[in-house]
Design a protein around this ligand. Structure first.
Ligand SMILES: *[C@@H]1O[C@H](CO)[C@@H](O)[C@H](O)[C@H]1NC(C)=O
Ligand SMILES: *[C@@H]1O[C@H](CO)[C@@H](O)[C@H](O)[C@H]1NC(C)=O
Ligand SMILES: *[C@@H]1O[C@H](CO)[C@@H](O)[C@H](O)[C@H]1NC(C)=O
Ligand SMILES: *[C@@H]1O[C@H](CO)[C@@H](O)[C@H](O)[C@H]1NC(C)=O
Ligand SMILES: *[C@@H]1O[C@H](CO)[C@@H](O)[C@H](O)[C@H]1NC(C)=O
Ligand SMILES: *[C@@H]1O[C@H](CO)[C@@H](O)[C@H](O)[C@H]1NC(C)=O
Ligand SMILES: *[C@@H]1O[C@H](CO)[C@@H](O)[C@H](O)[C@H]1NC(C)=O
Length: 820
């Protein structure tokens, strides 16, 4: 019965569409033709990433590196370009076809389309004869979420397979089955990150979204199947175009937000989740282990005795095939075990054996050919055998500490492989040996000549410039010795790792910063070091010297024994700063930044003021660090921004809206830092381990809006760190808190200059009640909130407005509106 009904329906429909249309398909694009959107922001056409597979897609017309936002036939590429077409078929569907492959993709609209529109938003729309849309690319997204695009319970964004392969990858962003949060899921089944529930104006896990920037986000009908979430970008003034921005589910499983910086022609990654690439499910495949300690290295590696199952894919950043034993897959009785440390893992099949010694655990494993290793706890004698290869292996020794658990991985007996290796080493050595003798004879005289010239040159330069500055030029070897081979790592910023060292002549401690991927050449580096070396102030970390040898770029600073301010700001930290200390740190930091802005010859915008960059000497005096480094690394601003990952609560709104950056951006970041210093906590608490705190203080999981409201209402006592037990100077606290709110004003012209901030903190300038910053709106519930993204930090600009806001100096004056 239903069949005949369908047949009747078809019989009825088919002649109808035939009569209303000509029988011809309409060709929209053929071969290398493209269609531009009206204002030329987007381009529609065929593209290929490997020259053999062609895809119909949409990309940004202006971006010099191809940036695709949508792909039609991602499952079935066409094999050549010339005969490929995009057509509006006579039945009213959009189709992609090719004479060799036939129709590879078509839209499934029931209502026949008569025309198409390619909108400025990047949305490709099919419309029927009544001009109403019957299909849109925004409802069929690929991996990119553009402004104006609705993500609903029916749509999911799915990553590319690799950065070069648009076919569907393993990672997707979707609304959770309860329609009230977003999840990143692996292979459609395994969620590995989520935003947390919607609270009415933000997601629990992304509280920074409430900072008032250029984005407005809308969540319609959360908790029901018709839920849809979208965002729009606003401009600071009506005349300018909104900034280009996009969210992408990356092939690496991370959700990344990019903004286009027209000045640098860069897509800046400003925000990403999960921040730790190792949280991405199955990133490294079976038996691959993940390590995120060095952000510039590949996150995945194989354990000793294992190698990548697919070496070619591994090189193009696709680690999903994991690792295998170098000697083949199956275990043998003669295998041994390698202790790989305190590793965590999941996705495996395991059997637990209680009260078993390590050796009998090993024996049991050897007896079962599918056993790949075991986990043994030295203290409890718990043995867990792993059957089938574990995934998500990661080194936990650094984060969890000594639990006594050690993972042992089964591997072929050493003897065999060693023999093979030593044989090949002998062959290799003899080949290398004979080549190097040849090279030596031919080139050494040349090299020596060049060296001596170069050495003479650098020595001369060193004597000229750096002696005056008291900067010492170190050799790489000297620094290697001073740091005992870079063994004691004391920190890791975006610019590189920092190691503790001892200078041999003076036995003083130093901090050696090894710059990663230095962007500038030797002469630029030296010029820049010279500039930094020139900047000396009691509240700035002093540069003692540097090393620039071959590709090595190192900076040697005074060592700060009390570490960074950030280590005192965690509620779980046992270290507590007294009020007196906090006030001194606030004032010292302000003086240091003021010197950068106003005191030195070239105005420097720090661009990255945050507690991590405020170091403390033995007397808890604040010393600002990392100034001038943005310039050292050339114009690679996305790297500068990458250093601010996870701390984007410090970034001033003008970074986002594309306005030029001035020193007032540092004032904003300083204000955010002051709030943390007063509250003795971080502004953003999203770590799941602190969910207890979140529940007990629901308003305070994002501190600034709440703190700002209480400070303006005169309740500074509620904001001050309760661990101080009210042992603080009320007048100083009120001043400091009020200054903080002045600093985080949305309009940079209202923010005081750093020199004024110093005077306000000192009490020389009267501090009046500030107007409420926009972020307070985050406390007022609504269905929209605003998010954040970034732009470049250009140094040296904006020095002209240094003195706004200061009505008079010398005698006691007041800042801001007259108090009522
Ligand atoms: C497009 O293809 C035609 C031939 O099919 C060729 O003559 C023309 O140069 C191509 N245009 C571009 C921009 O590659
Ligand atoms: C997104 O959803 C809203 C409300 O549900 C609707 O008004 C808007 O037109 C939708 N946008 C698109 C591009 O479908
Ligand atoms: C992905 O999920 C499908 C079933 O949904 C399953 O058949 C397939 O093996 C999974 N692939 C991987 C790599 O886990
Ligand atoms: C999030 O919302 C869901 C559905 O309402 C609920 O079951 C869950 O407990 C909530 N989670 C949290 C952490 O509040
Ligand atoms: C390995 O042990 C498991 C669990 O005891 C068992 O199911 C499996 O058959 C064993 N495999 C072999 C090859 O002995
Ligand atoms: C076992 O634990 C003891 C102390 O608890 C430790 O000294 C020893 O090194 C551990 N052995 C192994 C193999 O981890
Ligand atoms: C695991 O981490 C520890 C300490 O950071 C390190 O010594 C060890 O080499 C790491 N293991 C692997 C396999 O990377």
């Amino acid at each position: 019965m239903p069949c005949t009904y369908l047949l009747l329906l078809l019989l009825f429909l088919v002649p109808l569409s035939f009569s209303s249309e000509t029988l011809e398909n309409r060709v929209i694009i053929k071969g290398n033709q493209t269609v531009l959107s009206f204002k030329s922001i987007f381009r529609l056409g065929f593209f290929s990433s490997t020259n053999s597979n062609w895809y119909l897609g949409i990309w940004y017309a202006s971006s010099p590196t191809p940036t695709h936002v949508w792909v039609a036939n991602r499952n079935r590429p066409v094999s050549d370009l010339d005969s490929s077409t995009l057509e509006l078929s006579s039945t009213g569907n959009l189709i992609v076809k090719n004479s060799r492959d036939g129709v590879v993709w078509q839209t499934e609209n029931k209502d026949p389309a008569t025309d198409f529109r390619f909108l400025e938003t990047g949305n490709l729309i099919l419309i029927n004869k009544n001009d109403s849309p019957v299909w849109q690319s925004f409802d069929n997204p690929t991996d990119t979420w553009l402004p104006g695009m609705n993500v609903t319970g029916q749509t999911a964004l799915t990553s590319w397979r690799t950065p070069f392969d648009p076919s569907p990858g393993f990672y997707s962003l979707r609304l959770s089955p309860s329609f009230n949060e977003f999840q990143l899921v692996y292979n459609g089944t395994k969620p590995y990150w989520s935003t947390g529930n919607w609270t009415g104006n933000a997601f629990v896990g992304v509280p920074e979204m409430t900072i008032p920037y250029i984005y407005t986000f809308h969540f319609v009908n959360p908790y029901v199947p018709t839920a849809s979430f979208w965002y729009m970008v606003t401009t600071s003034d009506a005349a300018s175009e909104p900034r280009l921005t996009r969210f992408v589910v990356d092939a690496s499983g991370q959700l990344k937000q990019y903004t286009w910086d027209p000045q640098t022609q860069y897509w800046n990654v400003f925000w990403l989740q999960p921040e730790d690439p190792c949280r991405v499910y199955n990133l490294c495949g079976q038996l691959g282990f993940c390590s995120s300690t060095d952000p510039l290295k590949k996150p995945c590696a194989c354990i000793r005795g294992f190698k990548a199952r697919n070496a070619v894919a591994w090189r193009s950043e696709d680690y999903s095939d994991g690792c295998r034993r170098e000697s083949g897959d199956s275990g043998e009785k003669s295998d041994t075990f390698e202790a790989v440390g305190d590793f965590r893992y999941d996705g495996d099949v395991e059997i637990s054996l209680l009260q078993v010694s390590k050796s009998s655990c090993a024996k049991t494993c050897l007896g079962n050919s599918s056993c790949v290793g075991f986990y043994h706890n030295n203290k409890s004698n718990l043995c867990r055998m792993l059957l089938e290869s574990p995934i998500n292996l990661k080194n936990s020794s650094s984060s969890i500490g000594i639990s006594g658990d050690v993972l042992y991985i089964r591997e072929p007996r050493k003897g065999n492989s060693k023999e093979r290796i030593s044989k090949s080493i002998i062959i290799l050595c003899s080949v290398v040996g004979s080549i190097s003798v040849l090279v030596f004879i031919l080139f050494v005289p040349l090299i020596l000549l060049k060296r001596s010239r170069k050495r003479k040159k650098t020595r001369k330069q060193d004597e000229d410039g750096f002696a005056v500055l008291n900067l010492k030029v170190f050799s790489f070897k000297e620094l290697q010795m001073a740091t005992s081979g870079f063994s004691e790592k004391i920190g890791h910023g975006g610019f590189g790792a920092v190691f503790k060292g001892t200078l041999p002549d003076s036995s003083t401690f130093v901090a050696v910063k090894r710059l990663e991927r230095p962007g500038s050449g030797e002469s630029e580096f030296r010029a820049e070091v010279c500039t930094i070396g020139n900047i000396q102030h009691v509240n700035l970390v002093r540069l003692r010297g540097f090393c620039s040898e071959n590709l090595h770029r190192l900076l040697v600073y005074d060592y700060m024994p009390q570490g960074s301010l950030s280590s005192y700001l965690s509620r779980t930290s046992p270290k507590l700063l007294s009020w007196e200390c906090r006030f001194r740190i606030a004032l010292g930091t302000a003086k240091g930044i003021a010197y950068l802005h106003e005191g030195c010859r070239d105005c420097i915008i720090h661009c990255d003021i945050k507690p991590e960059n405020i170091l403390l000497d033995s007397d808890y005096n604040a010393k600002v660090s990392d100034f001038g480094l943005a310039k050292l690394l050339g114009r690679d601003f996305s790297r500068v921004l990458a250093t601010m990952r996870g701390t984007w609560g410090y970034v001033a709104p003008e970074w986002i809206s594309g306005l030029p950056i001035t020193t007032k951006a540092d004032v904003y970041s300083f204000g955010m830092t002051l709030l943390e210093l007063i509250g003795g906590r971080r502004n953003v608490i999203v770590n799941s381990s602190t969910s207890e705190e979140k529940e007990t203080e629901p308003e305070k999981w994002f501190f600034p809006p709440w703190a700002a409201r209480e400070i303006i209402q005169g309740n500074v006592d509620l904001v001050v760190d309760s661990r101080l037990n009210r042992e603080y100077n009320v007048e100083e606290a009120t001043r400091m808190a009020t200054v903080a709110i002045w600093c985080i004003q949305d309009n940079e012209e209202i923010r005081p200059a750093m020199g004024t901030v110093v005077k306000m903190l000192e009490g020389v300038v009267e501090v009046t009640v500030p107007p409420p910053p926009k972020l307070i709106q985050a406390l007022v519930s609504g269905d929209s909130y605003r998010g954040v993204s970034g732009t470049s930090c250009s140094e040296g600009r904006g020095c002209s407005d240094l003195n706004t806001g200061l009505s008079s100096t010398g005698s006691r004056s007041s800042f801001g509106r007259p108090s009522p």
